[in-house]
Design a protein around this ligand. Structure first.
Ligand SMILES: *[C@@H]1O[C@H](CO)[C@@H](O)[C@H](O)[C@H]1NC(C)=O
Ligand SMILES: *[C@@H]1O[C@H](CO)[C@@H](O)[C@H](O)[C@H]1NC(C)=O
Ligand SMILES: *[C@@H]1O[C@H](CO)[C@@H](O)[C@H](O)[C@H]1NC(C)=O
Ligand SMILES: *[C@@H]1O[C@H](CO)[C@@H](O)[C@H](O)[C@H]1NC(C)=O
Ligand SMILES: *[C@@H]1O[C@H](CO)[C@@H](O)[C@H](O)[C@H]1NC(C)=O
Ligand SMILES: *[C@@H]1O[C@H](CO)[C@@H](O)[C@H](O)[C@H]1NC(C)=O
Length: 592
């Protein structure tokens, strides 16, 4: 048993429970028997492959409740059903391990909890930095170790803001070939010659900073296309009479899922580019909730940086009031185009037929798919969704922090404590002064998640009417296939709306599953719209987006290209340096 799993058990038991006596030894083995099957449904953090010795009686009572509440279990949830010999066998194991478990380890668990809760306090109280909580627990702010799985959202957002604006009359924003915050390294430290070189790099149009990976790891021409879209969407002077606009709301018919809404907007961006219009998006129903404050309410800009500049938005809304602008065709809206046109391929051709050069890295039924009828749509949607999601807002960044903290925070705390020499927090060596290299170089690394990580989006529910629904088993077969080639892979981020799927993860104890804590559909026949309504607007938008971004950044991906959501994830990955990770799909898009 790896120490990791040992620890992960203890995180689910309160410290108090641990201190209680072990007076029902036989119950332990029952729990041991149950653990593989119940735990994943009980605790949202990933807990897998437990041995019996990991359970204390208190946990048992939790387990037993859980198996009651989950209705008729196919597993024995009655203590009497477990035979005595079973018990004795397991008990020996338990004793042996209990003995070896020193008080030092217990102490260590307390420290892990302490560090985890300190980070939680900092996360939940960004303004005070969790000061009160830290003081209460005798932790000085300067001794709190760096949380590797959390991003400094405020700083990150400022940086994105800097990259999304021109300085003065420059054609391009301050993009160079320097990565992230390195670009903001105090200019005074750089001599004049360097400054000029930088300026030249900018004016030659260094590439947009939101593209990761080399050209070989992205769809053809991704960097150039992203740069050109940004320029197209940010004319130098929005008030100039030759700037035309396409102003549109997001689709909001109840039948449109979150993925279909984005896919529709990708089509409209294509039309806007073809007609030389600046796309301006307006009402976004999914952002109409209390989490989206101020001007970001009911707007895409709640989640991602807006598609165009503030000046252009203002100008577009001004023009919408002008009859002259309408009659001259300076402004159009979604209603000026047929649904068919929006959906069926307004792929811009100004960059040539790039889709003819897509690398065949999509696996369907054991074969690489080299071409299909809608290659152009696949390429364009990838470019469009990448552009629309180029920079997450501070709100989205915080959602990601929360999700990572909930799933990986304890693991991170264990890892960090192992790395510290002293007995934190008692013997704190003090947090080393933040060096330039932390601030300008290492800050550009992505926050930590347990890698390699495979993401899986399992869509069932009402999708049956659109595509052949595939069972979870088939997804897992593809995960196992990936693992045969990469045996160090054992983490899965699972995105699904079906409780049924979550329950089935018990059968795969050789994987660690992680998933967001959200109520899932119990009935297979509930419509997606009804399910989303039951979650409420905020949750039903935030949790899929978190899963989406997690999937875009995972090392491997298994999904169903027949679902528009997976199709978009595929697009994000193919413009985010993940082409060579491949894509394992359980089915084809229905139009191919
Ligand atoms: C579990 O089921 C048993 C017997 O069916 C019942 O006596 C007990 O109260 C139940 N526990 C909970 C927590 O529902
Ligand atoms: C549990 O099983 C019993 C007998 O098989 C059945 O009568 C009962 O309806 C089941 N309960 C649930 C919640 O499925
Ligand atoms: C933008 O164009 C308008 C109309 O041609 C002009 O009045 C305005 O001065 C221009 N603004 C800048 C900053 O060049
Ligand atoms: C767009 O639709 C409006 C209202 O139906 C119409 O007045 C306008 O002429 C249309 N514009 C174009 C370019 O077709
Ligand atoms: C998958 O491949 C196998 C063997 O190559 C073939 O028999 C089967 O029909 C294929 N299934 C689909 C859905 O294409
Ligand atoms: C869907 O669920 C409802 C009740 O939740 C049930 O009455 C209906 O028969 C179900 N339909 C299908 C096709 O399973």
């Amino acid at each position: 048993m790896e120490p990791l799993n040992h620890k992960s058990f203890e995180r689910v038991v309160s410290q108090k429970a641990l201190q209680m006596g072990n007076s029902f030894p036989c119950q332990i083995c029952v729990v041991g028997f149950l653990c593989g099957v119940c735990l994943t449904s009980l605790f949202m953090a990933a807990l897998t492959s437990f041995g019996s010795f990991q359970f204390s009686p208190i946990l048992f009572s939790t387990m037993s409740m859980a198996s009651n509440s989950s209705g008729n279990s196919t597993f024995p949830n009655d203590i009497n059903k477990v035979t005595r010999s079973d018990c004795q066998f397991k008990l020996k194991e338990t004793e042996r391990l209990e003995d070896s478990k020193s008080s030092r380890e217990q102490n260590n668990d307390e420290r892990v909890s302490l560090l985890y809760s300190a980070w939680s306090a900092v996360l939940n109280e960004p303004t005070s930095g969790g000061k009160e909580h830290l003081q209460k627990h005798g932790i000085s702010g300067s001794s709190l170790p760096h949380a590797p799985h959390l991003e400094n959202c405020k700083v990150k957002t400022q940086l994105y803001d800097y990259f999304d604006k021109r300085k003065g009359n420059e054609v391009f924003p301050p993009w160079t070939t320097w990565k992230g915050s390195l670009q903001t390294f105090p200019v005074a430290a750089i001599n004049e010659q360097m400054q000029n070189l930088r300026h030249d790099a900018v004016s030659e149009g260094a590439y947009p900073p939101w593209i990761a990976g080399s050209d070989e790891e992205n769809y053809p021409l991704t960097r150039k296309v992203q740069r050109d879209i940004w320029i197209h969407q940010h004319p130098l002077n929005c008030s100039s009479p030759d700037v035309k606009f396409l102003v549109t709301d997001w689709e909001r018919l109840p039948g449109f899922g979150i993925g279909a809404q984005i896919a529709g907007m990708c089509g409209l961006l294509g039309i806007a580019i073809n007609e030389g219009r600046v796309l301006v998006t307006n009402y976004y129903n999914r952002a109409e909730h209390g989490g989206c404050k101020g001007s970001s309410r009911s707007s895409w800009s709640c989640y991602f940086f807006p598609e165009t500049s503030l000046e252009c938005r203002r100008r577009a809304f001004e023009l919408m009031k002008s009859e002259d602008a309408w009659s001259k065709g300076i402004v159009t809206t979604k209603e000026n185009y047929t649904t068919k046109h929006i959906w069926a391929g307004p792929t811009p051709r100004k960059w040539g037929l790039q889709w003819n050069y897509l690398q065949p890295t999509t696996d369907i039924n054991g074969t690489l798919l080299a071409s299909h009828r809608k290659m152009d749509i696949r390429w364009w949607r990838a470019q469009a969704v990448r552009y629309l999601m180029r920079f997450p807002t501070e709100y989205t960044c915080n959602l990601m922090n929360e999700a990572r903290h909930a799933s990986f925070g304890k693991l991170a705390a264990e890892m960090v404590l192992q790395s510290l020499a002293g007995d934190w927090p008692k013997e704190s060596s003090g947090r080393a002064r933040s060096n330039d290299i932390d601030e300008y170089v290492w800050s550009n690394h992505k926050p930590w998640v347990p890698r390699p990580l495979l993401c899986m989006h399992v869509r069932m529910g009402d999708k049956a009417c659109e595509m052949k629904v595939v069972g979870f088993e088939e997804y897992m077969q593809l995960a196992d296939r990936t693992r045969r080639h990469f045996p160090h892979l054992n983490n899965i981020w699972l995105s699904t709306e079906m409780q049924d799927v979550i329950d089935k993860t018990r059968e795969y104890s050789h994987w660690n599953f992680y998933y967001t804590k959200v109520r899932r559909q119990a009935k297979i026949n509930m419509s997606m719209a009804a399910y989303e309504a039951s979650l409420g607007r905020e949750t039903s938008t935030n949790y899929p987006l978190v899963n989406f971004l997690m999937a875009a950044d995972s090392d491997f991906y298994v999904g169903a290209l027949g679902s528009s959501w997976s199709f978009l994830i595929d697009g994000m990955r193919n413009t985010g340096g993940k082409v060579m990770a491949g894509f394992l799909s359980v089915n084809k898009d229905r139009f191919w």
